[in-house]
Design a binder for this molecule. Sequence first.
Ligand code: HH2
Length: 258
Amino acid sequence: MGIVNVTPDSFSDGGVNFRAEDAIATARRMVAEGVAIVDVGGESTRPGSDPVPVDEELRRVVPVLEALAGELPVSIDTAKAEVAKRAIGLGAELVNDVTALRGDPALAGIVAESGVYLCVMHMLGEPRTMQRDPRYDDVVSEVKAFLEERLRFAMAEGIAEENVCLDPGIGFGKTVAHNFELIRRLDELTALGRPIVVGVSRKSSLGKILGDPDAKTGPLSASIAAAVAAYERGATILRVHDVREHVEALTAARAVVG
Ligand code: HH2
């Protein structure tokens, strides 16, 4: 899954794809590089970020979705029902909701009605405050219980189980240790029987283990290593910024794993 942030302020690529022409070109390049689906988002959820009003989010993503409609597989990274509805109308096949259907009460119905795929992600708290001293007794069992409960909720709302994938939410209300423990023990999440999405690309935990306690991002090399480790532990979808390098690395990993 390739990340196309149509935002001025995303944590690692803010502004790079803020102009629709740039976002469209990036999405097309990702497909040429082997991506399976392009995740278009108009709201940053980086630590400390504030929500974006619905009009502004639509203004950012709609021109991109219009240009890509019917051309390549698209996912919409949004928690807003109105944005999801518009994106689905323009051909989006997956709704990537970092609030796991807790943000907008109308979102579940739209996903259910249209029959698109849904990604539900774990987040402790909300982006503005989530990195202030996150605590768990056992991060993996708590994330697992949350994802299981959200899967049941989605199904109760009429979303088909086979359309749901689950994401531990690397960096969303977690310390560096929590993030790596979630990847290390990913088999406990794959046991839920649904495809697991992992988004660790460029995240600050990678920069922090490399010795910079104030890192806001991590390098490509470390992103790839973490993605390959997640793949070996059963991740199905890797959400990444640098498609070509990840496709190459994961192709080699797959050749080894067999
Ligand atoms: N991470 C980000 C955003 N959306 N969705 C899923 N399912 N999993 C993730 O790990 C995830 C996500 C944050 O990364 P990015 O989109 O690069 O940054 P920003 O939120 O600042 O736009």
